[in-house]
Design a protein. Structure first.
Length: 125
Protein backbone atom coordinates (compact mmCIF):
# COMPACT_ATOMS: atom_id res chain seq x y z
CA UNK A 1 0.00 0.00 0.00
CA UNK A 2 1.45 3.37 -1.09
CA UNK A 3 2.06 6.04 1.56
CA UNK A 4 -0.43 8.90 1.05
CA UNK A 5 0.72 12.35 -0.06
CA UNK A 6 1.14 14.95 2.72
CA UNK A 7 1.54 12.10 5.25
CA UNK A 8 4.30 11.88 7.83
CA UNK A 9 5.10 9.42 10.60
CA UNK A 10 6.22 10.81 13.95
CA UNK A 11 7.38 8.76 16.94
CA UNK A 12 3.94 8.17 18.48
CA UNK A 13 1.50 9.26 15.77
CA UNK A 14 1.05 10.15 12.13
CA UNK A 15 0.30 13.54 10.59
CA UNK A 16 -1.77 14.23 7.50
CA UNK A 17 -1.24 17.85 6.40
CA UNK A 18 -2.83 18.44 2.97
CA UNK A 19 -2.81 21.87 1.34
CA UNK A 20 -4.46 23.67 -1.54
CA UNK A 21 -8.02 24.18 -2.68
CA UNK A 22 -10.59 21.39 -2.52
CA UNK A 23 -14.28 20.71 -2.22
CA UNK A 24 -15.64 19.40 1.06
CA UNK A 25 -16.50 16.04 -0.56
CA UNK A 26 -13.04 15.63 -2.10
CA UNK A 27 -11.34 16.62 1.16
CA UNK A 28 -13.42 14.09 3.09
CA UNK A 29 -12.69 11.37 0.53
CA UNK A 30 -8.92 11.95 0.72
CA UNK A 31 -8.90 12.18 4.53
CA UNK A 32 -10.97 9.00 4.85
CA UNK A 33 -8.47 7.24 2.55
CA UNK A 34 -5.62 8.33 4.84
CA UNK A 35 -7.57 7.10 7.87
CA UNK A 36 -8.11 3.75 6.15
CA UNK A 37 -4.38 3.63 5.41
CA UNK A 38 -3.63 4.22 9.11
CA UNK A 39 -6.05 1.46 10.08
CA UNK A 40 -4.48 -0.98 7.61
CA UNK A 41 -0.95 -0.10 8.76
CA UNK A 42 -1.95 -0.35 12.45
CA UNK A 43 -1.15 3.32 13.05
CA UNK A 44 -3.32 4.11 16.08
CA UNK A 45 -3.09 7.92 16.24
CA UNK A 46 -3.55 10.50 13.48
CA UNK A 47 -3.34 14.28 13.52
CA UNK A 48 -5.29 15.70 10.55
CA UNK A 49 -4.27 19.34 9.96
CA UNK A 50 -6.78 21.16 7.75
CA UNK A 51 -5.34 24.64 8.28
CA UNK A 52 -3.56 24.72 4.92
CA UNK A 53 -6.65 23.67 2.97
CA UNK A 54 -9.07 26.07 1.32
CA UNK A 55 -12.63 24.73 1.14
CA UNK A 56 -16.16 26.03 1.69
CA UNK A 57 -17.64 25.89 5.18
CA UNK A 58 -19.32 22.47 5.41
CA UNK A 59 -23.10 22.32 5.53
CA UNK A 60 -24.85 20.32 8.25
CA UNK A 61 -25.34 17.42 5.82
CA UNK A 62 -21.67 17.54 4.80
CA UNK A 63 -20.68 17.46 8.47
CA UNK A 64 -22.91 14.42 8.97
CA UNK A 65 -21.35 12.66 5.96
CA UNK A 66 -17.86 13.61 7.15
CA UNK A 67 -18.41 12.12 10.61
CA UNK A 68 -19.89 8.93 9.16
CA UNK A 69 -17.12 8.55 6.56
CA UNK A 70 -14.33 9.09 9.08
CA UNK A 71 -15.84 6.63 11.56
CA UNK A 72 -16.25 4.03 8.83
CA UNK A 73 -12.68 4.54 7.59
CA UNK A 74 -11.13 4.06 11.02
CA UNK A 75 -13.36 1.24 12.23
CA UNK A 76 -12.72 2.47 15.76
CA UNK A 77 -9.05 1.48 15.45
CA UNK A 78 -7.53 4.95 14.95
CA UNK A 79 -7.73 7.90 17.32
CA UNK A 80 -8.04 11.11 15.24
CA UNK A 81 -7.52 14.73 16.16
CA UNK A 82 -8.33 17.50 13.70
CA UNK A 83 -6.66 20.91 13.67
CA UNK A 84 -8.90 23.46 11.98
CA UNK A 85 -9.35 27.18 11.52
CA UNK A 86 -11.78 28.54 14.15
CA UNK A 87 -14.36 29.55 11.54
CA UNK A 88 -14.55 25.96 10.26
CA UNK A 89 -15.45 24.43 13.63
CA UNK A 90 -19.16 23.97 14.27
CA UNK A 91 -19.93 25.28 17.79
CA UNK A 92 -22.06 22.16 18.45
CA UNK A 93 -19.40 19.88 16.90
CA UNK A 94 -22.12 18.03 15.01
CA UNK A 95 -19.74 16.10 12.75
CA UNK A 96 -17.69 15.03 15.77
CA UNK A 97 -20.85 13.79 17.50
CA UNK A 98 -21.81 11.76 14.43
CA UNK A 99 -18.32 10.22 14.31
CA UNK A 100 -18.24 9.48 18.04
CA UNK A 101 -21.67 7.85 17.89
CA UNK A 102 -20.20 5.50 15.28
CA UNK A 103 -17.14 4.56 17.35
CA UNK A 104 -14.49 7.09 16.30
CA UNK A 105 -12.36 8.55 19.07
CA UNK A 106 -12.06 12.12 17.71
CA UNK A 107 -11.68 15.74 18.76
CA UNK A 108 -11.00 19.08 17.05
CA UNK A 109 -8.76 21.97 18.10
CA UNK A 110 -7.47 25.23 16.62
CA UNK A 111 -4.00 24.69 18.12
CA UNK A 112 -1.68 21.89 17.06
CA UNK A 113 -0.07 21.83 20.52
CA UNK A 114 -3.45 21.22 22.17
CA UNK A 115 -4.29 18.64 19.52
CA UNK A 116 -1.09 16.67 20.11
CA UNK A 117 -1.60 16.80 23.89
CA UNK A 118 -5.10 15.34 23.47
CA UNK A 119 -3.94 12.76 20.93
CA UNK A 120 -1.17 11.42 23.15
CA UNK A 121 -3.09 11.56 26.45
CA UNK A 122 -3.02 7.99 27.80
CA UNK A 123 -6.11 8.69 29.94
CA UNK A 124 -8.19 9.52 26.88
CA UNK A 125 -9.53 12.88 27.97
Amino acid sequence: MKTPDAFELKDDYAVYRPSGQTSVDEGVRKAAAVMSYCRAQKIRRLLFDTTHLEFPTPTTMERFNMGAAFASATGGAVRVVVVAKPEMIDPQKFGMTVARNRGLWVEVFTSEDEAVTWLLDPNGR
